[in-house]
Design a protein around this ligand. Structure first.
Ligand SMILES: [Zn+2]
Length: 213
């Protein structure tokens, strides 16, 4: 089960249909793996429907959301939606992909890292895939804007935690991190970034492949 989730306000915006495409794809992919957020979303959607019928806007507060999440966590876990095995990726992502990942235009900014640019959304967020070899480490870097990563396969860790399939990781311009892939498995991630990453070290230019995309 996912340990890292979208922020409450992000899920509220997703339910309201007001978030940009990059965020929407990232949350959709996370929801594929996360029973807890799927349940929270359906509760939010029911609430929205009722509010809409009443035509009176009531702000959804963080505390209301937290109470909801606590209630969900106490309830027995619902079985995840079972997808056909030939669907390797959640639909929100697979619609952006060719038949094979090999058909993507991969760039290789580092020996153990490949990146592919899928699309740029209406807000300028770049949606892409990152593929890191098992045991690879990306040099310490920060981001000029927000970076969202959702783990698709494998896992990695950084200074702030460890992440596996479905985990939704948000990094802000204040965060500096150096992700390291799990030792025995490659890691594939969905990546949504506001601007090309800027490395803090001398290898800065290496991780700016999107500038050339
Ligand atoms: Zn979740």
């Amino acid at each position: 089960m996912s340990q890292w989730h979208p922020q409450p306000d992000q899920l509220v915006e997703f339910a309201a249909g007001t978030c940009h495409t990059g965020m929407s794809v990232a949350i959709s992919v996370h929801l594929h793996y996360c029973t807890q957020c799927r349940t929270a979303l359906s509760e939010l959607e029911s609430t929205s429907a009722v509010l809409f019928e009443q035509q009176s806007a009531v702000p959804v507060t963080d505390s209301a959301f937290e109470q909801l999440m606590q209630r969900i966590q106490r309830e027995p876990e619902v079985e995840p939606v079972v997808e056909p095995v030939n669907n390797r990726f959640p639909k929100a992502l697979s619609t952006l992909l060719p038949a094979s990942l090999d058909d993507l235009d991969w760039r290789q900014p580092m020996k153990n890292l490949r990146v592919s640019h899928l699309m740029t959304d209406e807000s300028g967020m770049i949606i892409g895939l990152h593929h890191m070899k098992a045991g690879a480490r990306v040099p310490n870097h920060y981001h000029r804007g927000e970076e969202i990563s959702v783990v698709l396969e494998g896992g990695f860790s950084d200074q702030l935690g460890s992440y596996g399939a479905g985990d939704f990781i948000l990094r802000t311009p204040d965060d500096t991190h150096s992700p390291q892939t799990d030792a025995h498995e490659d890691c594939l991630m969905l990546s949504v970034v506001a601007a090309p990453v800027k490395l803090t070290g001398a290898l800065g230019w290496l991780l700016n492949p999107f500038l050339k995309a």
